[in-house]
Design a protein around this ligand. Structure first.
Ligand SMILES: Nc1ncnc2c1ncn2[C@@H]1O[C@H](COP(=O)(O)OP(=O)(O)O)[C@@H](O)[C@H]1O
Ligand SMILES: N[C@@H](CCOP(=O)(O)O)C(=O)O
Length: 318
């Protein structure tokens, strides 16, 4: 018996909710924009094979792959419950570019932990597993933030509650929104993009941030798409990170003039996202970004929808 789990790309922050808002996305053409992990019976406690388009960018040593750490911490949690790990042969299909702003490490973490939990007949509940996913993301990026792992695992648009034992809850979004995701092909490590942010903010920025985030969540719940899109503004990270993204200002300007409802940096960049409510506008913006924002052969542009499901089993073989 083996299991393969797919975990989709995600937009950390969605501009307006630094570290507390995230969205899972999948391309409308049905292609997989995410990692897959297979767990099968092993003849030793642990082994890891890596395949996929971005396998060459992974650490060469298996023990430095976050999937190995996932296996270790999963075993630790089973131990607390008086349970034991089965010997596993894991395979990571690394489809997501690293340091892309698409939650690449979250894809590997979520696919690995979800697959391990399914393989062991689900001894950890959703919250326990999500807490472990956050722990793994924190090891990689240097600080605990759930805005990639929560949507990647649970799907849709997620708000990080982090109170009363709840980590994340779903926020209703808009069925007719398309998300144009443009990855230029260069790397921006999350830890570095966090290090350049100020440690303190001005009162006027805090007030603006509260108004935008509160307004966005309110507009989502009251289903006011125009208001929601207007509230997608980032005063916390974008003003400081923009300089790490060559061509971002021009690309955003083009997208807005072409009819996008909003644009911003996906996670810590360099991927840019644009929200559209018309597929033809989304395709036009995608074509322009392919020509002008993508910088090398690693880059790509996808027109996406929210991925409401999050991680899912795709079968028993890769
Ligand atoms: N399976 C994995 N997937 C992605 N990154 C990994 C993995 N295993 C280890 N890493 C390391 O974790 C770091 C992830 O960098 P980060 O900038 O956080 O990427 P992203 O923002 O795309 O998740 C890199 O140093 C990378 O080498
Ligand atoms: N909230 C985080 C999100 C990082 O996302 P990633 O996809 O770049 O890892 C941040 O903005 O630092």
């Amino acid at each position: 018996m083996s299991v393969v789990v797919y975990a989709p790309a995600s937009i950390g922050n969605v501009s307006v909710g630094f570290d507390v808002l995230g969205a899972a996305v999948s391309p409308v053409d049905g292609s997989l924009l995410g990692d897959r992990v297979k767990v099968a019976a092993g003849d030793q406690p642990f082994s890891l094979a890596c395949v996929g388009n971005f396998v060459a960018k992974l650490p060469q040593v298996a023990e430095e792959n976050i999937v190995y750490r996932c296996w270790q911490v999963y075993g630790r949690e089973l131990d607390k419950k008086g349970l034991q790990l089965k010997p596993v042969a894991m395979t990571l299909e690394k489809n997501m570019p690293i340091g892309s702003g698409l939650g690449s490490s979250a894809c590997s973490v979520v696919a690995a932990l979800d697959a391990l939990n399914r393989y062991h007949d689900m001894p950890l509940d959703e919250t326990e597993l999500l807490a472990l996913m956050g722990e793994m993301e924190a090891e990689i990026s240097g600080s605990l933030h759930y805005d990639n792992v929560a949507p990647c695992y649970l799907g849709g648009l997620q708000f990080m509650v982090e109170e009363l034992g709840i980590i994340s809850q779903s926020v209703p979004c808009f069925d007719d929104w398309y998300w144009v995701m443009a990855y230029p092909g260069i790397k921006v490590p999350t830890a570095e993009a966090r290090a350049i942010l100020p440690s303190q903010y001005r009162r006027q920025d805090i007030i603006a941030h509260g108004r935008y985030l509160g307004g966005f969540i309110h507009a989502c719940h009251s289903q006011q798409p125009e208001l929601a899109a207007t509230m997608i503004k980032d005063v916390v990270a974008e003003p400081y990170r923009e300089r790490l993204l060559p061509g971002f200002a021009e690309a955003r300007q083009y997208a807005l003039e072409a009819g996008a409802l909003a644009s911003g940096i996906s996670g810590s960049g360099p991927t840019m996202f644009s929200v559209c409510n018309d597929i033809e506008v989304a395709k036009r913006i995608a074509r322009w970004l392919e020509e002008h924002y993508v910088q090398n052969e690693d880059g790509f542009v996808h027109v996406c929808r929210l991925d409401e499901q999050g991680s899912k089993v795709t079968g028993s073989e890769l």
